[in-house]
Design a protein around this ligand. Structure first.
Ligand code: ADP
Length: 450
């Protein structure tokens, strides 16, 4: 079901239920109030008759005259004794016979229906002339009231139908007004989908707040998709370019060995060594790519725990300085520094920075660990060639290398710092770079404290 139809249906049904309830309430309250007032008036009339009867002489003529004088324009007055016999009957119409209610020992009033007519009636106990306690019963025809009720009923029914039609039509117009911009938005979105371009949709000043939010979210989503798509394409392009070089080298050397390998043994060693080198490089490259993909995919909900950063860094540098055969100095004034990290990914992250410091410099590597109250600061300092300022923000881009030849020589892939950036964000670590050409580089990590 369309949203517009749904809104129209629900609001119409709800309003109709409310209108019907209000009309029923009006009808029944009006009926009760007007019948009550009629019966109460009759009761006070009855009390007056009772008083009058007590003041008159006891002759039948006098009694009837009093009752006659109190007779209503359309009604009936009777006195019923304890044997339920009407001792006096005075009526305005001959058809009002035997309307009397049976004798009761109490005063009461009500509305009764007798032979197709509605009467308001009141019954009052009186002491009749013979000293017997009897009931003075007064009946007033109130059919005119019921005619009013019937007119009111029809007025309410017709007004309900008119309200229903008006509401239905109004709802239709209102839903169309509300849904018009949404439908336009859907149309724009469909157009964007059909053109297969990540185009943004226009936001008008007079759009509603929700519509603006919806358009903004859609535009942001488009931007993200575009960004993601571009990154993906750039990655594929760069990756195939990176993989192409070692494959081309391996291919040409294997061709050369195929042709001259048997006759020129001097080329054999060079060929095998080069193929072996390039195969290693290929392996390293694919491993780095897999690493990056894995981190992006699986490290979403990485678990961080309390770890002593000094202990963690010390044990890692101990191993690495043996592998590099290079001295790694740790400078800190603290005995321990509790940080919130994931041990494995933190080690991987530190290894990338230490690997780079080792690759791009020849001298010792310095590590500084400081308690900065808000966070723990780790500085990885090398005294290598440094990085020029305009390159600093680019080095975290995938496959970006400042000096391609040197990086290739040192076995770099251009993916190390991209992986480091991902790992740092999963560990909620901030990275800063300070570098001066010819002096060295500093990679500063801000680790969350526990
Ligand atoms: P690579 O595998 O090439 O080292 P990275 O992503 O780790 O790739 O680094 C990107 C580039 O940043 C490197 O090619 C290098 O030019 C530069 N770089 C990274 N670390 C250092 C460093 N400590 N000193 C000088 N240059 C660096």
């Amino acid at each position: 079901m369309k949203l517009g139809t749904k809104i129209q249906l629900y609001t119409t049904v709800m309003i109709v239920i409310v209108v019907i309830c209000i009309n029923l309430f009006v009808y029944f309250v009006y009926q009760k109030v007007s019948l009550d007032s009629e019966v109460t008036q009759l009761e006070s009339r009855g009390i007056n008759i009772m008083k009058e009867l007590q003041n008159t002489s006891d002759t039948d003529v006098n009694t009837e005259a009093v009752l006659q004088s109190y007779l209503l324009s359309d009604g009936y007055i009777t006195v019923v004794n304890q044997k339920n016999k009407s001792v006096v009957q005075i009526s305005t119409d001959v058809k009002y016979k035997n309307l009397a209610e049976s004798y009761k020992n109490e005063q009461y009033k009500k509305v009764v229906e007798k032979s197709g007519n509605h009467f308001a009636m009141v019954s009052l106990p009186i002491i009749w002339k013979n000293g017997e306690v009897s009931n003075l019963q007064i009946f007033e025809n109130i059919d005119f009231k019921y005619e009013t009720f019937s007119i009111l009923k029809w007025i309410l029914i017709v007004s309900t139908i008119i309200i229903l039609i008006v509401i239905f039509l109004l709802n239709r117009i209102i839903t169309q007004i509300i849904l018009k911009p949404i439908n336009e938005l859907i149309e724009q979105m469909n157009k964007t989908r059909e053109t297969k371009h990540y185009s943004k949709i226009d936001i008008n000043d007079n759009d509603t707040k929700e519509l603006k939010e919806l358009s903004n979210t859609f535009n942001e989503m488009m931007l993200n998709l575009k960004d993601h798509d571009e990154k993906q394409q750039a990655f594929i392009l760069n990756a195939s370019h990176e993989l192409k070089t070692p494959i081309t080298v391996m291919n040409s050397y294997s061709e050369m060995l195929k042709r001259f390998g048997k006759t020129r043994p001097d080329l054999l060693d060079e060929g095998i060594d080069t193929i072996n080198e390039e195969a290693k490089r290929l392996k390293y490259l694919t491993e780095q790519m897999l690493d990056l993909a894995k981190i992006e995919r699986t490290f979403h909900d990485i678990e961080l725990s309390k770890v002593d950063i000094i202990e963690q860094v010390s044990s890692l540098t101990k191993k690495l300085s043996q592998v590099y055969q290079r001295k790694i100095n740790i400078y800190t004034t603290e005995n321990s520094l509790a940080g919130k990290i994931n041990k494995d990914s933190f080690n991987q992250l530190m290894t990338i920075f230490l690997d780079n410091a080792y690759k791009y410099s020849q001298s010792e590597i310095d590590l500084e660990l400081t308690d900065k109250v808000q966070y723990i600061e780790i500085i990885i300092k090398d005294y290598g060639p440094g990085i020029v300022e305009e390159d600093i923000e680019k080095i975290f881009t995938r496959f970006y290398r400042v000096d391609k030849a040197r990086s290739r020589q040192s076995g770099g892939s251009g993916l190390g710092l991209s992986i480091a950036k991902e790992l740092a964000s999963k560990n909620q670590i901030d990275i800063q770079v300070k570098s001066e050409e010819g002096v060295g580089s500093e990679f500063i990590l801000k680790v969350r404290k526990v």
